[in-house]
Design a protein around this ligand. Structure first.
Ligand SMILES: NC(=O)c1ccc[n+]([C@@H]2O[C@H](COP(=O)([O-])OP(=O)(O)OC[C@H]3O[C@@H](n4cnc5c(N)ncnc54)[C@H](O)[C@@H]3O)[C@@H](O)[C@H]2O)c1
Length: 242
């Protein structure tokens, strides 16, 4: 499905990133995997079938120079998936702007703004390129005590809709909004609230798996989603019913 295509994945060595990269490699893609985790290359290499089409960059994508250092030689890019993010609580208290808001914005939205700006021409050079930004249930209904995170996840949706309209028909831009997915990210929330309370509000009565999110991202990268752009797809077991 992705033979000869290069796809960037940020947050690639995280819970959802690993099964996604695994799928993309199995489907023939060359994957440029980016993550701040210095152990990320080893995590991915242990999980995928063919590491010859994996390029790993340990980077926090702090600015355009960091993005250029990764993408400088890439003149054709088919896809960009933005999974990188941090989920940090805040209290709207004195000091939270510097301690929480700034780093949350940097890790969830500012980085992909810089990355898209750097990757844009290479995406436009490819026919029917795809961008998938990963937002959250926290944007859909607001995560109490995670105001900055909820705001950042909403910002991703605004960014996607703006880009979808600007770049059509050359680049299709969509959003996936996961609910409670069984990775390390929501474990503190689950511990605080109790698994029965968390699962109790999910119509499907269970957490989602990381691969159930990866499969929807794969769909949005693939040929079967050729007339979809500017959309937000919830992968949340039915918590948000449109
Ligand atoms: N797991 C869930 O329940 C859930 C729910 C809603 C949304 N999401 C979103 O899905 C995405 C992936 O979540 P996950 O469950 O795989 O989480 P995760 O914590 O396992 O993975 C996130 C990855 O992003 C990396 N990262 C953090 N900041 C970075 C930066 N500045 N640059 C590059 N990499 C960076 C981390 O090192 C980590 O590997 C996140 O954007 C998250 O907000 C997850």
């Amino acid at each position: 499905m992705f033979d000869g295509k290069t796809i960037i994945v940020t947050g690639a060595s995280g819970g959802i990133g690993v099964p996604l990269v695994n799928r993309l490699i199995d489907l023939g893609a060359r994957v440029i995997a980016i993550d701040v985790n210095p152990r990320g290359a080893g995590i991915l290499e242990a999980a995928i079938s063919d590491a010859s089409r994996l390029v790993y960059h340990c980077s926090g994508l702090e600015d355009e120079a960091a993005c250029r250092a990764i993408l400088g030689k890439e003149d054709h890019l088919y896809g960009l998936v933005h999974l990188a993010g941090i989920f940090v609580p805040d209290d709207m208290a004195s000091g939270d702007v510097e301690a929480v808001y700034d780093p949350v914005m940097a890790a969830n939205i500012r980085n992909v703004y810089a990355l898209y700006a750097t990757a844009r021409q290479a995406l436009l050079n490819e026919s029917g390129a795809r961008v998938v930004l990963v937002s959250s249930l926290a944007f859909r209904r607001g995560a109490p005590g995670h105001t900055a995170y909820s705001a950042a996840k909403g910002a991703l949706v605004g960014m996607a809709r703006s880009l979808a309209r600007k770049e059509a028909p050359h680049v299709l831009v969509n959003v996936v909004a996961p609910g409670f997915i069984d990775t390390t990210m929501p474990q503190q929330i689950i511990a605080n609230r109790g698994i029965d309370n968390v699962v109790g509000e999910v119509p499907m009565k269970r957490l989602g798996t990381a691969d159930e999110v990866a499969s929807v991202i794969q769909f949005l990268l693939g040929p079967d989603s050729a007339y979809i752009t500017g959309q937000v797809i919830n992968v949340d077991g039915g918590i948000v019913c449109n």
